[in-house]
Design a protein around this ligand. Sequence first.
Ligand SMILES: C[S@@+](CC[C@H](N)C(=O)[O-])C[C@H]1O[C@@H](n2cnc3c(N)ncnc32)[C@H](O)[C@@H]1O
Length: 195
Amino acid sequence: MEEIFKRNGFELSSNQIKLFEIYLQELKRWNRVHKLTSIEDPEEIVIRHFVDSLTLSWCFVQKGIDIDGKSVCDVGSGAGFPGVPLKIYYKDKIKLTLVESIAKKCAFLEYLKVKLSLDYTVMCKRAEQIPENSFDIVVCRALGKLEDIVPMLWRLSRQFVFIMKGRDLPEGYDYCEINTHDIKNNYILFLPKTT
Ligand SMILES: C[S@@+](CC[C@H](N)C(=O)[O-])C[C@H]1O[C@@H](n2cnc3c(N)ncnc32)[C@H](O)[C@@H]1O
């Protein structure tokens, strides 16, 4: 696993690698019963879930955002992407909240939190039920159609919204383009609320 992170530009500590290994094991174990992700091949999970989630950190840097001390909310986190990999990466630098409306996915996120000894909050509800301006930064991946999700994410955020869009780049948005060894031409939309 370390080699996959390395070739994609992420030098992680042995403790971070250990946490990702436990995450992978638990994801595979829960997937047998609960079908949390359609990706089953371990290498694909590392690339398409773990590495892909971490590419958000490059977009923060590219857009000049100091993440230190920020509250970050991952809306529609599912099995924890991109929020949990970001928490493993940034550790106590960020205060992370995962918002997810499906109970079995929330149960996995709560279980994972204990298993990885990570400090994050799981809100098992719809994002629409959360008060506005609750978080500094709001992020999401594979959440839904832009016209539906932008107002919802915008409402929750005090400063910035990041939307991981994969290869699909809509017109009219500021964005980061992501290219790594294994991930090509991916886009992350950047919506600063302060401008
Ligand atoms: C396609 S999955 C993506 C999961 C994860 N972000 C990923 O990229 O693997 C979308 C997730 O968003 C959740 N979701 C969709 N709309 C939501 C809302 N309004 N509030 C909270 N969760 C929502 C769904 O339950 C689902 O788990």
